[in-house]
Design a protein around this ligand. Structure first.
Ligand SMILES: *Cc1c(COP(=O)(O)O)cnc(C)c1O
Length: 215
């Protein structure tokens, strides 16, 4: 495991989600033994195959696109879902969380990259979603912030602009919908290639795989 990243993030008060997709249970467990407790997976199938093989005080985060018909498999244990990109998905999470008698933390995923093919809301869709939530509150869902992925590029100025954009969206939503809500506080941005820039732009949660597991 890459100690420097680990210590660096601790000192900067940024939450590390160790992205363990494609990593073996042994690899995950060795990071666990070094104290890491938050792990992120991007596929439901892979996630639910690993969970029973690892300690049950791990906080599992779902960071990849989530299909509505898969929510029920993770609702009993998932700690946070980073990838809410529609009101209907949120409704399903509410329903399944209620069935499990749990409250599930979620982030709204935004489309901030200038590439095609990334999932996520735009600002208008998010406002639409939050207006509906205002009308029909969801007691088993806690909206904790926003998530986004920057373009996969060497152009660090572009990446920085995209992260700034996500921070702007966060602040607008915070002041319009969550002004007295302490729970809306997370900005999940930054991966192996761009987490330094993300932290400079206000990330509170980085999702790092490659750099953590490969020295
Ligand atoms: C894989 C993945 C990451 C981590 O990517 P690395 O480049 O390996 O750090 C972060 N976020 C999401 C949504 C991912 O799918």
């Amino acid at each position: 495991m890459n100690e420097s990243i680990f210590d660096d993030l601790k000192s900067r008060n940024v939450t590390l989600v160790a992205v363990s997709k494609l990593r073996s249970v042994d690899q995950i467990f060795s990071l666990y033994q070094r104290g890491q407790r938050i792990f992120g997976e991007n596929k439901v199938q892979e996630l639910i195959s690993k969970v029973p093989l690892l300690p049950d005080d791990i906080y599992w985060h779902l960071i990849g696109h989530l299909q509505k018909n898969k929510v029920r498999y993770i609702a009993p244990f998932i700690s946070m879902i980073h990838s809410v990109d529609s009101y209907t998905l949120l409704e399903v999470i509410q329903k399944e969380a209620a069935k499990s008698n749990r409250i599930i933390d979620v982030l709204l995923q935004f489309y901030i990259a200038s590439e095609e093919s990334k999932f996520g809301l735009d600002e208008y869709e998010a406002i639409d979603l939050l207006e509906k939530v205002k009308l029909y509150p969801m007691p088993n869902v806690r909206i904790c912030g926003v998530m986004g992925m920057a373009s996969f590029t060497d152009d660090s100025q572009l990446v920085r602009r995209e992260f700034k954009h996500l921070k702007d969206i966060f602040q607008k939503l915070k002041s319009n919908y969550f002004i007295h809500n302490e729970e809306f506080k997370e900005i999940s941005m930054g991966m192996s290639g761009d987490y330094q820039i993300a932290i400079e732009e206000g990330s509170t949660m980085v999702r790092i795989g490659t750099k953590l597991f490969e020295q």
